[in-house]
Design a protein around this ligand. Structure first.
Ligand code: GLC
Length: 535
C-alpha cells in the first residue's frame, strides 16, 4: 500500500515579506496587523501555506537574515502577540504558516557575537568560528561576490579573524560546539510550540568547515540536520522542514537522507532552465535537468519556484549558459548581481501574457511543491536602480492610491514602483480584481485547476516523446487521475503527432484551442494544455 501523501507534498506555498506587504500603523514598514487584513487575498489565490521571511529583531542589513534575537519580532513588524494573532488568523482560514530558520549565522549585533568578541573567556566565544590567520579553508567559494572579498574578516576587538559565508556582518555559528546545537533546538521548540507548521531552513549546506574541502554539504552537516529532523518527528510530527540548498541535484539528494533529513528541498537548478527553455524555444534544458534529478524517498517532495526575494541565481548553470542568460535576460549591467539577475518575473517576460501563461502552466504542472513570490500574482515590476536585491522587494501594490495602498506614511521603507509600465497606478490588486484576463485571475485559475487534480498535485511523472524540441509533453498520474501536459515553447505554430483521445478535456482551454485532424495536433505559439481523460 502506498503511503498517504503528506500535506506539504501537495501544497502550494506563498512567500511573504512582512515588511513589504501591508502597513497597518502608518510607519512605512509592513507589519503583522497589516498582513492579517490581507490574508483573504492570499487565501483567494488557492495556496495552502505561507512562508514568512525572517521577522526577527535585526539591523536589517540582510533584510532579516541577519538575526539579532531569535526569540522576538522586529519592532517595525509588531509584537509576539501580533505574530500569534497572524498565525491564528491564517489557521482560521485553513492556511498553514512556516517561518525562516537561520541557523548558519547571526547578525554581528547578536549579543552572542558581541559577548564573544569582547571576552575571549566567555562561553559565547566558541559559538563562532575564529582563527589567527585568514588562510584556512581556502577551497571555499565566496557567495556574495559583489560585496565580499574573503570569507574571513578581522575583528579588532577580538584580535582574530571570524568566518562568514555571507556578509561580513553575518558571523557563522560554530556547529562543532554542541552548545550551538542546543541553542538551535531551543529556538525550534520556541516557534513550534507557538503553533507554526514548520521551517524553511536557510543556507544549510555551510554549517561545518573542514580543511581540504569546499566546506559545503559535509557529512557533519548532514549528521546535525538529521538530529533536527529527529526532534521534529518526535515532537512535531505534522510539521515540515524545507532545505534551502543551492546545489546540483545529486548534491541535494543527501539532504533528503533516507527520508530522515529534510522532507522538502528547493530544486534550484530547474528554475533558470525554465526561463532558458522559454527564451530558446527548446525544452532540452528542462528535460536534461529532470533526467539528472534522482528519485527521492517516499514522503518527500521538491520545492520549485520561478522567482523569490533573491536574484535569479545562475550558480547552477554552466558558464556558457550563464553568459547566454545574462545576454537574454539582463542586457543592462544594473540587472546583474553576483552570479545572477535581479529582476522580477513579469518584466523578465517583457510583460508578455502568453509567455507568462506558459511559464506558469509548466511551473504548476511539473513535479514539486510550487512557491509563489508575493507580488508576482499581479505581475509586479522591479526597480534595478535600488541597491542589492531591494529592487525585487518593493511594497506590494494593492491599489492606485498613495503608496499603492501599501501605507499612508510619507516615506516607505523602499519606494513603491512608480514607472510608466509597472507603476502602482496601473499594476495593482484592485485594478485586476474582477478582470478575467488579469494576471491575478490567471494565477488563481492555474493554482486552483492544479490543486483540483491529484495527478498534478503530486502524481507520478513521465516524459512523452513529441518529435519536436520545441514541444514539451509529459504525463502526470495519480490513481485514476491522469493528465497529459503539452507545451509549445516556440513563438510559432507547431504540428506534432499525439494521441489525444476525443474524450480528453483541456483544463486550460479558456481561449487557446487545439485543432485536430486524425492524430495531428496543431499547437499555437506558446500554447499550454493540460488534457484530462474524462472520468
Ligand atoms: C539565503 C537567503 C538570502 C540571504 C542569505 C544569507 O540565501 O535567501 O536572502 O541573504 O541566505 O542569510
Amino acid at each position: 500500500m502506498k503511503e498517504k501523501k503528506k500535506w506539504f507534498q501537495e501544497a502550494v506555498f506563498y512567500e511573504l515579506y512582512i515588511r513589504a506587504f501591508a502597513d497597518a500603523n502608518g510607519s512605512g514598514h509592513g507589519d503583522f496587523r497589516g498582513a492579517i487584513e490581507k490574508l483573504d487575498h492570499i487565501k483567494s489565490l488557492g495556496v495552502d501555506c505561507i512562508w514568512v521571511m525572517p521577522m526577527y529583531p535585526s539591523p536589517l542589513k540582510d533584510d532579516g537574515y541577519d538575526v539579532a534575537d531569535y526569540y522576538g519580532i522586529h519592532p517595525d513588524y509588531g509584537s509576539l502577540d501580533d505574530f500569534k494573532a497572524f498565525l491564528n488568523a491564517a489557521h482560521e482560514r485553513g492556511l498553514r504558516v512556516i517561518t525562516d530558520l537561520v541557523m548558519n549565522h547571526t547578525s554581528s549585533d547578536h549579543p552572542w557575537f558581541q559577548e564573544a568578541r569582547q571576552n575571549p573567556d566567555s562561553p559565547y566565544r566558541d559559538y563562532f568560528v575564529w582563527s589567527d590567520t585568514n588562510e584556512k579553508y581556502q577551497d571555499t567559494r565566496i557567495i556574495f561576490l559583489d560585496t565580499e572579498a574573503s570569507n574571513w574578516t578581522y575583528d579588532e576587538m577580538a584580535k582574530q579573524y571570524f568566518w562568514h559565508r555571507f556578509y561580513s556582518h553575518q558571523p557563522d555559528l560554530n556547529f562543532d560546539n554542541p552548545a550551538v546545537h542546543e541553542e538551535m533546538f531551543r529556538i525550534i521548540r520556541f516557534w513550534m510550540d507557538m503553533g507554526i507548521d514548520g521551517f524553511r531552513a536557510d543556507a544549510i549546506p555551510y554549517l561545518y568547515q573542514r580543511e581540504g574541502t569546499n566546506c559545503e554539504n559535509l557529512p557533519e552537516t548532514h549528521a546535525f540536520l538529521k538530529k533536527v529532523r529527529r526532534l521534529m518527528d518526535e515532537e512535531y510530527p505534522d510539521a515540515v522542514l524545507i532545505a534551502e540548498a543551492n546545489q546540483w541535484p545529486e548534491d541535494l539528494l543527501p539532504y533528503f537522507g533516507d527520508g530522515d533529513e529534510f522532507q522538502v528541498c528547493f530544486h534550484f537548478p530547474i528554475m533558470p532552465r525554465l526561463y532558458q527553455a522559454l527564451k530558446a524555444g527548446d525544452k532540452t534544458p528542462i528535460v536534461d535537468i529532470w533526467k539528472r534529478t534522482p528519485s527521492i524517498p517516499e514522503g518527500t517532495q521538491w520545492m520549485t519556484f520561478l522567482r523569490n526575494h533573491d536574484e535569479l541565481t545562475l550558480e547552477m548553470v554552466t558558464e556558457e549558459v550563464r553568459q547566454w542568460m545574462w545576454d537574454a535576460y539582463a542586457p543592462e549591467p544594473r540587472m546583474r548581481l553576483n552570479l545572477g539577475i535581479r529582476r522580477r518575473q513579469y518584466p523578465l517576460l517583457e510583460g508578455d501574457k502568453r509567455r507568462w501563461f506558459i511559464l506558469n502552466a509548466m511551473f504548476l504542472s511539473l513535479p514539486g511543491a510550487p512557491i509563489i513570490y508575493y507580488g508576482d500574482e499581479i505581475g509586479m515590476g522591479d526597480n534595478i536602480w535600488l541597491p542589492d536585491r531591494n529592487g525585487v522587494r518593493t511594497p506590494m501594490q494593492w491599489s492606485a492610491e498613495k503608496n499603492g495602498g501599501f501605507s499612508t506614511a510619507e516615506k516607505t521603507y523602499l519606494p513603491v514602483i512608480d514607472d510608466d509600465t509597472y507603476g502602482y497606478q496601473r499594476v495593482n490588486v484592485a485594478a485586476q480584481e474582477g478582470d478575467p484576463d488579469s494576471i491575478l485571475a490567471s494565477t488563481r485559475f492555474l493554482i486552483r485547476t492544479r490543486q483540483s487534480q491529484p495527478a498534478l498535485r503530486s502524481g507520478e511523472f513521465e516524459w512523452e516523446e513529441t518529435g519536436s524540441t520545441a514541444v514539451m509533453a509529459f504525463r502526470r498520474v495519480e490513481g485514476a487521475s491522469e493528465i497529459l501536459c503539452l507545451f509549445n515553447l516556440a513563438d510559432s505554430t507547431k504540428e506534432i503527432e499525439a494521441d489525444i483521445r476525443p474524450d480528453m478535456v483541456d483544463l486550460l482551454a479558456r481561449k487557446q484551442t487545439v485543432r485536430r485532424g486524425g492524430s495531428t495536433v496543431i499547437l499555437e505559439p506558446f500554447a499550454a494544455h493540460w488534457f484530462r481523460a474524462a472520468a
